[in-house]
Design a binder for this molecule. Structure first.
Ligand code: ADP
Ligand code: ZN
Ligand code: ZN
Length: 731
């Protein structure tokens, strides 16, 4: 009987292909989910078998059929349920199935050779190390004591895991010399099902939430934990994770980023006696492939990962936890534009397991899901340790402006806190020295030649830098337009604020935290050493400061420019602003000292501030933002998709979207084509057309139809375009 293989080939095309069996080799017993190599035009590509069909499919011309070249796997590397999840994601985000599969599988799967679990260097305790009391190491080798404790919890640790725990292999080598630790080159031992746990102490509020969650562990349910910063959401996740692991099931734990937050890894491993898998872009392809395979085989019980970890297989699914669910880094911003939160919900439902979302500032999507009963809401209303939530005060810049960007009342309050031996944090979401270089004779402004944007002035080294395309220029000595030498830096970036602070507080250490100053997790830890030591100091930085780290001696947080996101044309700007302001404000008073927040603004009457002072983010989101979105027929009340087009000539992009628009049925709301907020980037003009509809299903239907038409009529004519389903960034 003849056989036809339906294959997702590694191309961006939105379709599958059919091949005949190869002439010689025997097919695998269970071919669906095995990889193959196929001839494709002049190329040889890798693909994954989706189905075996026994009669010639309708969409195939028998004369054009070719045999595939070879089978790459003897047994499926993708299970049937993961395959259908990946294909669902490809369909929902209107991406090619082959391309999507290649992004969901480890990147090593793209190579035409078997995917094997490789050995790695593993550190473990010797018999002597297991019996050793870390107290004997003394104070000077405290970090080595941490290594012993980590190995005791984890059993074996790879280099990546050592790093993630903020430890070093140098410390391991020192312990190796003492005979307490040894290393082997091996595949790690399989983790036993039924992991024992180190007990947690939960406060009453945490216990209530944990009990409610524990009662719903064996079926699908979407749960939102809305917990103010410092309320100890992690403790609640962990209590649940412990139960799932004890029941022999697996866990995926998603966080926005790992590199800069070794504390997360540390806290989890202290409470779980099991090897903690890692999955993020900073790892090697080999490490990622190993984690992927270990989750598929069940050798690993739990993995901590960023966005793409949502594609990790699980041999026995138990729970998915997604922390900081409002964070926009869960959305991939190019080609396959998936949202890990939305996929996590879909995936949990297909496995019939719970999904736990957590945030101090939940997205409007998640809040509405709770209001509509699709999600269960759990609240943690008080900080676990801090005395009281920080109070927020406004500083009206129309009354108190100052050339340095730091108003006099702010300077005075800073002195007071520093004199008490406490720490101060200033937040400014603009890196560089100054955002604008301007000629005061003719008004010329330094713009990027490739983007529709200003160049940012940097001082170390001195240069103009475009933050959108990284184009660099020397700082001109005279105005290129009128030759005047009257050039001025306008406005403040973090580097300039650092300079001002050094002048205003000559006796206090100033630590700057942004992408220019901090290039690695190790550098971050090093810079933060005085902060952790508790010395009075000033931290100034971008939103890097808002994430993860606990600074118990920071008692004053100053938001220097609270207006930055308030008047944007992006309909999500107010939501994002309120989230960021709340997250930053939450950095104050995390220890047992009372926290204070000062907010500098030119618009003290803007409703956002009244809400943040009185009811907090939750009230602003529910009473102000959601009704606004409902009235304006915007997400989350409507499903939205954006068709984006980039072209060297603006006209080409506009023409393409106009042709697309003509294909859209009348019952779909359309906006555009419009130039994007950043109308030109790296030489390309950017336009979008937005489609909206109450029914997600109907919108999906229209999008699929549009893609077919665009492809079959070759409407794009060589320009670059893409579909962004449920966009989060309107730029
Ligand atoms: P969130 O993630 O909700 O902002 P964290 O999980 O970071 O808060 O917890 C804040 C701090 O409170 C952490 O240092 C944590 O160890 C501590 N903490 C949380 N729950 C408890 C508890 N029940 N008892 C004592 N300390 C707790
Ligand atoms: Zn000029
Ligand atoms: Zn540029």
């Amino acid at each position: 009987m003849s056989q036809y293989y339906r294959i997702a080939v590694a191309t961006p095309l939105r379709r599958t292909f059919v091949y005949l069996p190869p002439a010689q080799s025997e097919p695998p017993l269970d071919p669906v989910g095995c990889r193959v190599q196929v001839p494709f035009g002049h190329q040889t590509l890798v693909g994954v078998i989706l189905a075996v069909e026994h009669s010639l499919p309708d969409d195939v011309n028998a004369n054009k059929l070719k045999p595939l070249l070879q089978f790459l796997d003897a047994a499926p590397i993708v299970s049937a349920d993961m395959l259908s999840f990946y294909l669902w994601a490809a369909q929902y985000y209107q991406s090619g199935p082959g391309d999507v599969l290649m992004q969901c599988l480890p990147s090593r799967a793209r190579q035409p050779k078997p995917l094997v679990r490789s050995t790695e260097t593993l550190w473990q305790l010797t018999a002597e190390g297991k019996a050793f009391d870390p107290e004997q190491l003394g104070k000077r080798a405290a970090k080595q004591g941490n290594v012993l404790a980590a190995l005791r919890a984890q059993g074996q640790m790879t280099h990546a895991q050592i790093q993630a725990a903020d430890l070093t292999t140098a410390q391991c080598r020192a312990l190796e010399k003492k005979g307490l630790v040894s290393r082997i080159e091996a595949v790690p031992e399989a983790e036993h099902a039924g992991v024992s746990a180190v007990p947690l102490t939960l406060n009453n509020e945490q216990q209530t939430v944990a009990t409610a969650l524990a009662a719903s562990l064996n079926q699908f349910g979407c749960h939102l934990i809305e917990g103010v910063t410092g309320s100890g959401k992690t403790e609640v996740y962990l209590s649940l994770v412990q139960q799932v692991l004890a029941a022999g099931k697996q866990v995926i734990l998603l966080v926005p980023e790992i590199g800069l937050t070794p504390q997360t890894f540390d806290r989890i491993q202290r409470h779980l006696n099991t090897r903690l898998g890692l999955f993020h872009s900073g790892l090697t392809d080999r490490d990622r492939a190993n984690t992927w395979m270990d989750m598929a085989s069940g050798r690993l019980r739990i993995t901590l990962g960023t966005r793409s970890a949502i594609f990790l297989p699980m041999a026995s699914p138990g729970v998915i936890v997604l922390d900081e669910e409002h964070d926009s880094s869960y959305k991939q911003q190019d080609s396959f534009r998936y949202h890990a939160r939305d996929l996590a919900i879909k995936r949990a439902s297909s496995h019939n397991i719970p999904i736990i979302l957590g945030s101090a500032t939940p997205s409007l999507e998640s809040l509405l899901n709770c209001q509509r009963g699709r999600s269960q809401h759990h609240a943690l209303s008080k900080p676990a340790v801090a005395a009281r939530p920080a109070n927020i005060e406004l500083i009206d810049l129309t009354q108190h402006q100052h050339a340095s960007g730091i108003s006099i009342p702010v300077q005075q309050r800073m002195s007071k806190h520093l004199q008490r031996g406490e720490q101060v944090m200033l937040f400014l979401n603009r890196r560089g020295f100054s955002p604008t270089l301007m000629c005061h004779t003719c008004g010329w402004i330094a713009g990027c030649p490739h983007c529709d944007a200003r160049m940012t002035l940097h001082n170390k080294p001195p240069r103009l830098l475009c933050h959108h395309c990284n184009h660099q220029l020397a700082i001109p000595h005279a105005c290129p337009s009128c030759r005047s030498r009257d050039l001025h830096a306008l406005g403040q970036g973090t580097a300039r604020t650092e300079d001002s602070l050094t002048q205003l507080f000559p006796n206090t250490q100033v630590i700057r935290v942004d992408r220019d100053a901090i290039r690695s997790a190790a550098a971050f830890e090093q810079e933060l050493a005085p902060v952790h030591a508790g010395d009075p100091c000033i931290l100034v930085g971008t939103q890097m400061l808002a994430k993860g780290h606990d600074f118990p001696r920071v008692t004053l947080v100053v938001i220097l420019d609270a207006d930055a996101g308030l008047f944007s044309s992006d309909f999500r700007a107010a939501e994002k602003s309120a989230q960021l302001l709340t997250q930053v404000a939450g950095r104050s008073g995390r220890g047992n000292l009372q926290g204070h927040v000062l907010v500098q603004t030119w618009h003290p009457t803007h409703p956002i501030f009244g809400y943040l002072q009185m009811g907090g983010y939750g009230a602003f989101a529910r009473d102000h933002l959601l009704p606004q979105r409902e009235q304006a027929d915007l997400p989350p009340y409507q499903a939205m998709a954006m068709i984006r087009a980039d072209a060297k000539q603006a006209q080409q992009a506009w023409d393409f979207l106009t042709r697309v628009r003509a294909l859209v049925p009348d019952d779909i709301n359309q906006t555009g084509p419009f130039p994007a907020m950043l109308a030109k980037r790296a030489g390309y003009h950017r336009f979008w057309l937005s489609l909206q509809c109450r029914s997600r299903k109907q919108l999906q239907h229209v999008l699929t139809h549009l893609c077919d038409s665009i492809d079959s009529q070759s409407l794009a004519g060589g320009i670059s375009w893409g579909i962004d389903v449920d966009p989060v960034d309107m730029g």
